[in-house]
Design a protein around this ligand. Structure first.
Ligand SMILES: Cc1cc2nc3c(=O)[nH]c(=O)nc-3n(C[C@H](O)[C@H](O)[C@H](O)COP(=O)(O)OP(=O)(O)OC[C@H]3O[C@@H](n4cnc5c(N)ncnc54)[C@H](O)[C@@H]3O)c2cc1C
Ligand code: SF4
Length: 594
């Protein structure tokens, strides 16, 4: 029997990126907020200090910062006629656990989406026609977001300044800027900090790409290029290219994370209470099923509590957001046989992978000396920046391409050319020959939603509290494979132009496997939109069916963009919170009429 606690104004389920943003904005508005985090409390000092934080076995291989999948896993299958099995080792994606969430061990690649991304369906039909879209795959369920880039621009700006993103603007108010990305959507002003220093691998990539007529630019990064004080008065330091960034926390206060950009201020606010090691089991509804009354959670000692609240923010990472909605009976679950229902619909992923370029021994890369988001990119093949009209076979979408090596760590990085034995003396010789003379190129791109890919509750497997696991049914749509393979050919040409002696082609293939890291940009499943028949939340991330529940994060993306998505998540969260502060708190209820 759960113990009922004193009511509060709002709760966040999860205290990662979106949970911290939501709590901060709400306490600023005078609300009493409780943040529930299933993982432990942790701070830069003492928890993220070296040498312990540079333990590759603990963090990269054994995934110390990730969701405890002995307690709560995700089950997976490629198609709905297969039986899903729980993922017991995270590899393909790495959802985080602990104060700060995945935003502690992220890389810091800090891109905005493009104008067309937010109106993908109407843009595609307008530029190429419905027949073309149908030819890309009748199973595709792409749709517009219900919000436009122009509406989000001020919120992108605000979020980038909170983080202190280091980059070079390519387009300020429509004026193309030398040195930046000419394909960038217009921004109001420069980045808060100049770009990181260009590593040697980035310079080689940039030269090769330029020789083929492409447009290199420095990757926007939340590894800071210089000391910076953010608008909340928090001081960040300059990145030292330590080589232990993604999958690790930053010991130097140089990577934007909840611990460096917001939590120190939030935790001091008397209206805020953090409860770590507390797992929210479900959102409770009143007898009408149309109003949330709070949440039920279990604390670290296994005691069950009911926390009444007026507003519930689901801020638990996209996969957990969708599971929370399903476990709580909020919104109609998606049925792949009829195509009806919205919760679990349009789950999508990202297309990644790129060539490995083996260079001459005279080219010394020093891959160990790097950051989480350094390097040089091109956007010539991203989104709809190139004409798709004559693509045969047809496809939509695209990928950014760049060299962004993040640290040649000893266990994970030992590139060898094809034909090298996987162990023994010859393998060791090949590693010694190529370790310092190899450049990785990243292709990173869109993934379209499909009626065949979805999330639901597993009928067999349960978590430590006896609740069904989330079940993922996913394979890349044929459209995504065509797109990625087309770009793979172009990127091989870049690898050769860089002077590569051997260039090993990349590109996405089917079937999708969960055994190789690809991206932790899981998207969709509780998508935003204008129509409650095809979206779980409205344009302010408010649940259509239960208006005092807001589902924040990448679960709202109707299909996935080419870019690492957290900057867009931050902008969307600020956009929704602004509407809550200025309108919802004055008059609680639906912000949009269905
Ligand atoms: C290795 C890696 C590299 C990345 N690099 C980049 C990058 O370079 N650029 C980029 O844009 N993005 C990157 N990302 C993605 C980025 O980390 C996420 O987009 C971002 O953290 C999502 O924010 P969120 O609030 O949705 O989830 P999170 O920040 O993960 O926070 C969710 C929190 O909710 C908690 N939680 C979940 N369920 C419950 C529950 N039932 N009860 C209580 N608490 C719960 C979790 O423990 C977690 O702490 C990367 C991710 C990883 C893993
Ligand atoms: S690479 Fe830079 S930002 Fe990343 S952990 Fe090291 S010092 Fe921090």
């Amino acid at each position: 029997m759960a113990t009922r606690l004193q009511p509060v104004d709002a709760v966040t389920i999860g205290v990662g990126l979106t949970g911290s943003l939501a709590a901060y904005e709400m306490v600023q508005s005078g609300l009493k907020v409780v943040g529930f985090e299933r993982g432990a409390e942790r701070e830069t000092v003492p928890d993220f200090q070296s040498p312990a934080i540079h333990d590759e076995l603990r963090y990269s291989i054994r995934k110390a910062f990730m969701q405890d999948n002995a307690k709560v896993a995700v089950s997976f299958r490629n198609t709905s006629d297969q039986t899903a099995l729980p993922i017991r080792r995270w590899e393909s994606f790495l959802p985080g656990q602990g104060l700060g969430g995945s935003f502690v061990h992220w890389n810091g690649q800090s891109f905005r989406a493009q104008v067309a991304d937010f109106v993908l369906r109407s843009h595609t039909i307008q530029r190429y026609g419905q027949k073309f879209l149908d030819a890309c795959g009748p199973e595709l369920t792409i749709q517009d977001w219900g919000v436009t880039y122009d509406e989000l621009e001020p919120y992108y700006d605000r979020f980038e300044y909170l983080l202190g993103v280091s980059g070079k603007a390519g387009n300020i108010k429509g004026q193309i800027q030398p040195g930046g990305n000419p394909f960038e959507a217009p921004r109001a002003r420069e980045y808060p900090n100049p770009p990181l220093k260009e590593p040697y691998f980035g310079a080689i990539f940039g030269k090769g790409a330029t020789s083929l007529g492409y447009h290199p630019y420095p990757q926007p990064s939340s590894n800071l290029s210089r000391p910076y004080t953010n608008p909340l008065g928090l001081k960040l330091e300059q990145c030292v290219f330590c080589g232990f960034c993604e999958r690790y926390a930053c010991e130097h206060y140089a990577k934007a994370s909840p611990q460096t950009i917001i939590l120190p201020v939030l935790l001091k606010n008397p209206n805020y209470e953090l409860r770590t090691s507390c797992e929210v089991l479900r959102i409770n509804l009143d007898s009408t099923g149309k109003k949330a009354t709070g949440v039920t959670y279990v604390d670290g000692a296994g005691r069950e509590f009911e926390q009444p609240a007026e507003i519930v923010f689901i801020a638990a990472f996209p996969l957990n957001n969708v599971r929370t909605l399903l476990l709580s009976g909020i919104g109609k679950p998606y049925d792949p046989r009829t195509g009806e229902g919205v919760v679990g619909r349009n789950y999508c992923y990202q297309t990644t992978g790129g060539p490995t370029v083996f260079m001459d021994e005279s080219i010394n890369i020093n891959p160990f000396m790097s950051a989480g988001a350094p390097g040089t990119m091109i956007d010539d093949f991203s989104g709809d920046n190139f004409d798709h009209a004559n693509m045969n076979p047809p496809f939509i979408g695209g990928q950014y391409v760049g060299s962004i090596m993040t640290g040649g760590r000893p266990i994970e990085f030992h590139p060898t050319p094809p034909g090298t034995p996987p162990w023994g003396l010859e393998w060791k010789r090949a590693v010694a020959r190529h370790y310092n003379h190899t450049i990785l190129i990243q292709q990173h791109g869109t993934s379209m939603s499909s009626r065949l890919n979805y999330l639901d509750l597993d009928p067999t497997y349960k978590d430590a509290w006896g609740q069904p696991l989330l079940r993922m049914t996913f394979d890349f749509p044929e459209n995504d494979v065509r797109m990625s393979q087309y770009i793979a050919d172009k990127v091989v040409e870049i690898g050769r132009a860089m002077g590569g002696k051997i260039v090993v082609r990349g590109g996405t293939k089917r079937p999708y496997t969960t055994t190789v890291y690809q991206s932790t940009h899981n998207a969709g499943g509780a998508v935003m939109g204008d129509d409650p028949k095809t979206s779980a939340v409205n344009r302010y991330l408010q649940c259509w069916d239960v208006p005092n529940v807001f589902s924040l994060g990448g679960s709202a993306f109707p299909q996935n963009i080419a870019y690492n998505y957290s900057i867009t998540i931050g902008a969307l969260t600020y956009w929704a919170l602004d509407a809550i502060k200025t309108r919802y708190l004055k008059s609680p209820g639906p912000l949009v009429q269905a």
